[in-house]
Design a protein around this ligand. Structure first.
Ligand code: S3P
Length: 426
């Protein structure tokens, strides 16, 4: 797909699709109830559809309508053994959260996924689950797919777990297993990762205490489900328009109804520090999650340095922040970003190789950091997406703001933002 240079600014109001992280959790957690739950603004991206397919395979009734999803679960202990291997596709969230949810079940499950997911590390979630008493085996010394969860003879135990990596997926897996545990499950994070699981479990009656970076979750006998869940717009999808409007001349846009959960708004903090003109208005709360409208105007950016503390709050936005940094004056240094090497692709490598075709000499990566020298000349370039949705969208934005781009496998954006090119075209 060729994306040509845009020669005018962005204007008007837009909405972005439902949050990917919250969409996954809405299906998983609703499946543990036994009353119908209506979910609105659900993201029908390929990753969330993988979660739906897995839950259906375990007997959960999930009805898809144009504007809503209806989930009728079978209660906390009502899931049934699937009669085939479960396929998590490209979705780390589906696989890692389900490993936690299935560890305490009385049936066996085997998982597979696509080539990207097969190469991603799963020992980070298997290890704490085994510590809780789970019986899980995976290829390559429990590191990779395929993975099988075997019913454990012992009951799952609550543990105290100090997280070695900042990961909401690992944290969520431990919490979902902890629902069924003997005793309290305590998780200690160095820096807080996204807390949608905590918020949604609380909305379903689970008792969770938070003290600084420590989360204690108490087991539950029965879920008390709400009848409706409304999902906020995905700030990770809004990020593409926020950056494009910032770097394109004469832009002035409002992105409506975006989730601004504090554990996700690192991109706004960083862009503001770079000089971006971003205003948040119309703040409100629904289902424990904060929403707002985001007003973005063209701005002149300068380089910044950031690292570990803020990384979990913008981990998926680093490719698009790197695009913004290429348009900024001076250098931007992103430290402690080694997690990007184990996302859908090695994103540090992909940024240097592919963004570097558009702006040669601009991007440098060390083992776990990224340096962007702003203010270079931009070329038209043919770039590879590495079949990574966030690489594809970041390249499209880069090309539109620079001198055009041609990308392979543009369809991989269906993972999180199926309508992306239509909105860009509009
Ligand atoms: C997610 C957590 C993040 C993020 C991913 C979605 C989630 O991964 O990169 O896109 O929904 O919990 P990690 O928790 O592994 O960093």
């Amino acid at each position: 797909m060729k994306i040509l240079r845009l020669n005018h600014g962005l204007r008007g109001d837009i909405r972005v699709p439902g949050d990917k992280s919250i969409s996954h959790r809405s299906i998983l957690i609703s499946s543990l109830g036994d009353t119908p739950i209506e979910i609105t603004n659900f993201l029908k991206g390929a990753d969330c559809l993988s979660t739906i397919a897995c839950m259906r395979a375990m007997g959960v009734k999930i009805q898809e309508y144009e504007n809503k999803i209806l989930v009728t679960g079978k209660g906390l202990n009502g899931l049934s053994e699937p009669n085939d291997v479960l396929n998590a596709g490209n979705s780390g969230t589906t696989l890692r959260l389900l490993l936690g949810l299935l560890a305490p079940q009385k049936f066996m499950t085997t998982f597979t996924g696509d080539d990207s997911l097969k190469s991603r590390p799963m020992d980070r979630v298997i290890k704490p689950l085994i510590e809780m008493g789970a019986n899980i085996v995976g290829r390559n010394k429990n590191k990779n797919l395929p993975i099988t969860v075997i019913p454990s003879v012992k009951k799952i135990q609550g543990i105290v777990y100090k997280m070695p990596v900042a990961s909401a997926q690992v944290k969520s897996a431990i919490m979902l297993a902890g629902l069924y545990a003997d005793g309290v499950t305590k998780i200690i994070e160095l820096y807080p990762s996204r807390d949608h699981t905590e918020k949604m479990l609380e909305a379903f009656g689970v008792n969770i205490n938070k003290l600084h970076n420590e989360i204690s979750l108490f087991p539950i006998k029965k879920i008390i489900a709400p009848s409706k869940i409304d999902i906020s717009g995905d700030i990770s999808s809004a990020a593409y328009w926020i950056v494009l409007a910032t770097i394109l001349k004469d832009s002035d846009i409002i992105i409506k109804d975006v989730g601004i959960n504090e554990t996700r708004t690192g991109i706004i903090d960083v862009l503001k520090n770079m000089g971006a003109n971003i205003e948040i208005s119309n703040e409100r709360i629904s289902g424990g999650e904060k929403y707002a409208d985001i007003h973005v105007m063209t701005s002149k950016l300068h380089g910044v340095t950031f690292g570990a503390e803020i990384i979990p709050r913008l981990v998926d936005e680093i490719p698009i922040i790197a695009v913004a940094a290429a348009f900024a004056e001076g250098d931007t240094i992103i430290r402690d970003a080694g997690e990007l090497r184990v996302k859908e692709t090695d994103r540090l490598k992909a940024i240097v190789n592919e963004f570097g075709k558009i702006a040669p000499g601009t991007f440098e990566a060390l083992e776990d950091s990224l340096i962007i020298h702003g203010g270079h000349i931009f070329n038209f370039a043919k770039c590879k997406t590495y079949d990574d949705h966030r690489m594809a969208m970041s390249l499209a934005i880069f090309g539109a703001a620079a001198n055009g781009v041609e990308i392979d496998n543009p369809g991989c954006i269906k993972i999180s933002y199926p309508d992306f090119y239509n909105i860009l075209e509009r």
